[in-house]
Design a protein around this ligand. Structure first.
Ligand SMILES: *Cc1c(COP(=O)(O)O)cnc(C)c1O
Length: 368
C-alpha cells in the first residue's frame, strides 16, 4: 500500500516541474540571487492576487509577524493578544518584538479566536498595555474579521492578521490579509502557497508601515550602506521568489481541488462519531488542514498509521502549556480541549479521490 502523508510538497513540484525548472534556471543564469527582479515581480503579483496595495517579501512567516509588529511600533512594555492553539511561531514572533503575548480562548466550534471573549477581556480588565491583536486564520478558515475590526476600532488596537494558513480564505467575499493595516503570510513548503525553502511576506494597506518593513528586512537601509533604522537581515531570495511566481499561478486551482476533497470527506464521514469541521456562514475555507475531532484521537491516529495513512496533529499542546511559555495560572478550556481531540486527515493537491476514499474506509473501519 502506498503511504498517504499529511503533506506532499514534492507532488506540487512534479505537477509544475517544467515551469519550476525553467524558473530556477532563469535565476541561476541571471547572476542575481537576492532582492532582485523575481522578488519584485512576485511582490507585485501576490499583491494583485490578494487585492492589496503592497507586499514585502521576507525570509519566513515568523520574521514577517515580528517585522510587521515592530513596524507598527509594538515593543517592550506592550502586550499583544493572540490564541494558544497556533504554531509556536506566532507567539515567538510576538516575544521577539519585546512585547508580551496574552492569550484569549477560542470558539468551541470553529476553534478560532473568540471575539466575544476578547471583548470581555478588554472591557473587564482593560489593560492599557494591550496594543495589538494577532488573529490566526487557522486551518484555512478566517476569523470573524468584521466583528474583530469593529471591536479593535472601539479599543484602539492594531490588527495584524496571521495568514500563514489562509492563502485565499474569504470573509464576506473579502480575502484574509486585507482587513488590517498589515498582515503576514508564510510560504513554508507545506502551506497552500509554498516555496521550496523558507519564505514569507508582509502585506498591507498602509504604505508608510510597509515602507518600514521594507527597511527593516535589510539592515534598515533605504540607501545602500546607510541605516535609517536598526533593521536586520530577513530577505527573500530570488530562487524562492521565482518558484513562488510559478506556484501562485496554480494556487486558485489547487484551493479548488482542496475544496473538492473536503467536500468528499464531509459527505462520506457525516454518519461517523467524528466531529467534522465547522463551516462559518459567509466564509470560504481553503482547507490548509481538514481537522476532525474525537476523544479517541490518539487511537484513531495510531490505527490509520498502521494502514500507512499518516495524520498531523495541529496542535498537540497549547502554547501556554509548553515549557518555554508555561503559565500554570492560565486556563483556556476550549483551547485545551481542542488540543486533545484534533486530528488532520490527509488533504493536499497530491492526493486522488481514491486516496480520500481509502482514508474514509479506514476511518469507518476504526469506528466499526
Ligand atoms: C507556518 C506558520 C507560521 C510560521 O511560518 P514560518 O514560515 O514557518 O516561519 C506562523 N503562523 C502560522 C499560523 C503558521 O501556520
Amino acid at each position: 500500500m502506498q503511504k498517504i502523508s499529511p503533506a506532499d510538497p514534492k507532488a506540487s513540484y512534479l505537477a509544475a516541474q517544467a515551469d519550476i525548472d525553467a524558473a530556477i534556471r532563469r535565476v541561476m543564469l541571471s547572476g542575481h540571487y537576492i532582492l532582485g527582479h523575481e522578488g519584485e515581480a512576485f511582490e507585485k503579483e501576490f499583491s494583485a492576487w490578494l487585492g492589496t496595495p503592497g507586499t514585502v517579501g521576507v525570509a519566513n512567516g515568523t520574521d514577517a509577524i515580528e517585522l510587521a509588529l515592530h513596524a507598527a511600533g509594538i515593543g517592550p512594555g506592550d502586550k499583544v493578544v493572540t490564541v494558544a492553539n497556533t504554531v509556536t511561531a506566532t507567539v515567538s514572533a510576538i516575544v521577539a518584538t519585546g512585547a508580551k503575548p496574552v492569550f484569549v480562548d477560542v470558539e468551541p466550534g470553529t476553534m478560532l479566536l473568540d471575539v466575544a471573549a476578547l471583548e470581555t477581556m478588554l472591557t473587564t480588565v482593560r489593560d492599557p498595555k494591550i496594543k495589538a491583536v494577532v488573529p490566526v486564520h487557522l486551518y484555512g478558515l478566517a476569523v470573524d474579521m468584521p466583528r474583530l475590526m469593529a471591536l479593535a476600532a472601539r479599543h484602539n488596537l492594531f490588527v495584524m492578521e496571521d495568514c500563514a494558513q489562509a492563502h485565499g480564505s474569504l470573509v464576506g467575499g473579502r480575502k484574509a490579509g486585507t482587513w488590517g493595516p498589515l498582515a503576514t503570510f508564510s510560504y513554508y513548503p507545506t502551506k497552500n502557497l509554498g516555496a521550496f525553502g523558507d519564505a514569507g511576506a508582509v502585506t498591507g494597506t498602509d504604505p508608510a508601515l510597509l515602507d518600514q518593513v521594507r527597511l527593516l528586512r535589510q539592515y534598515g537601509w533605504r540607501k545602500r550602506y546607510i541605516s535609517d533604522l536598526n533593521g536586520r537581515n530577513s530577505r527573500l531570495d530570488e530562487l524562492q521568489a521565482a518558484i513562488l511566481r510559478v506556484r501562485l499561478t496554480r494556487l486558485d486551482a489547487e484551493n479548488q481541488r482542496r475544496n473538492a476533497m473536503a467536500g468528499q470527506y464531509l459527505a462520506a464521514l457525516k454518519d461517523t462519531p467524528l466531529q467534522l469541521p465547522v463551516l462559518a456562514e459567509g466564509r470560504t475555507h481553503t482547507w490548509h488542514q481538514f481537522v476532525v475531532r474525537t476523544p479517541q484521537r490518539d487511537e484513531l491516529q495510531a490505527h490509520l498509521a498502521k494502514q500507512d495513512i499518516l495524520c498531523g496533529v495541529l496542535y498537540p499542546v497549547p502554547i501556554h502549556r509548553q515549557p518555554a511559555y508555561h503559565d500554570a495560572s492560565l486556563s483556556l478550556p476550549h483551547t485545551e480541549q481542542a488540543c486533545t481531540e484534533v486530528l488532520s486527515l490527509p488533504l493536499h493537491p497530491g492526493l486522488t479521490d481514491e486516496d480520500i476514499d481509502r482514508v474514509v474506509r479506514e476511518v469507518k473501519g476504526f469506528f466499526g
